[in-house]
Design a protein around this ligand. Sequence first.
Ligand code: KIV
Ligand code: ZN
Length: 517
Amino acid sequence: MANSDSNRVLIFDTTLRDGEQCPGATMTLEEKLEVAELLDAMGVDIIEAGFPIASVGDFEAVSEIARRVKRAVVAGLSRANPKDIERAGEAVRHAVRPRIHTFISTSPVHMKYKLQKEPDAVLEMVIDQVTRARNLVDDVEWSCEDGTRTEHDFLCRCVEAAIKAGATTINIPDTVGYTTPAEYRALFEMVRTRVPNADKAIFSVHCHDDLGMAVANSLAGVQGGARQIECTINGIGERAGNAALEEIVMAIKTRADVFPYETGIDTTMLTRASKVVATATSFPVQYNKAIVGRNAFAHESGIHQDGMLKHTQTYEIMTPESVGVSTSSLVMGKHSGRNAFRSKLAELGYKLSDNELNDAFERFKALADRKKHVYDEDIEAIVDEKIATAHDRMRLVSLTVIAGTRGPQRATMRLAIDGRVVTEEADGNGPVDAVFNAIKALAPHEATLELYQVHAVTEGTDAQAEVSVRLSADGRSVTGRGADPDTLVASAKAYLVALNKLVARGAGMHAQHAAAE
Ligand code: KIV
Ligand code: ZN
């Protein structure tokens, strides 16, 4: 057990709950399952799989993850009311190691305006929520939302009551990303000193990145005695995001002299996890992101390159291999065979069935015919895109675009919608606009385009373009990503990925199209 005397720190991943909760990061069931299986294989101790009461989709995702995960604890989130707690208990019921994570706000501002309750009533709810959860499972985590802005005496009373009622983990979140490292460390030291039964529970940190201090705060909380860190892959999450798992794990590993702790994470899987989550959520990773950004191990300036050639430790504090970046990125071309392709997929961390492998190989060959060098990133783009679109109802069949100085630009598009192929032509103010207008003509919808972004997967003019599109409708916001050597085809694919996500959530479509569902 990871108590505060032990140096083992538990990694609690909330990519599928706090991460997925942020606008535009919604994932399909298949994508959630893929992420959960990867987290389990990577050595995450607790996977927070979702918020079961939030929707039927959330409930189903948590239940399915609970059934499939072999090793990690699977947690479902609930507020402090009986229905939420029962639903969370039902969703995690089939897990090898189920946990209910139940929370309530404890800060003056949250209690007054959000809960509209007096502190004593909130304290009663704490006892009730933990007792109910403990009647369903042995492993109960209790969180005091807005913990860092909670009055200390009241915080200690709540923590003591939660532990007495049976909570095995106590999480003190920095919900609004307000605390600082010294303050957060002192908060854990204070609570652990003042609460008489503190040694009966594991303390947990949960930090948001509004002031850019989520990772630093999390590590400081551990120095203050916490032994569980709640974090997300790529730091995705509400607003500025949560503490990034990869940064925390590598800080602990690289600076063992300052952070004498251990996690159970296989760090060589971090890059793969980052890519899988970026694809599933369609949230691109910033180039200069620590650990998993494209430039994290790139040395551009002459002085740095010269130093690196003389000795890698001149400018490298950890090796690319330690986080799963392969140093030889150039892989194959059109003469590469199926076996070489199979080994490359295994090296990149994919486990595909024979059918999936054949399908991926076909698409690899088609790409290799058009592109001289096929890099790891290219292969990941084609395989990940296929996983993301496996259950889509609308697919691009073909696209021809007339562009150039003499407008209007015109797109002729064929789409397969629920297996039926339909064709349309549309003009636009530029080729991208024409492509999107063609999709609108074929699948009428009310979604608003919030973001359109293009970048190259690798270098060179024959590089694949990777396009991100964010659409919003009926208060939902989703992101889609598509890759292709042709930027307009990639744009159409990305738009369709996003639109399919909206359709799957019953949002944004005109009545006649929705009726065909
Ligand atoms: O940020 C937060 O307070 C949360 C809780 C639900 C743990 O996500
Ligand atoms: Zn949070």
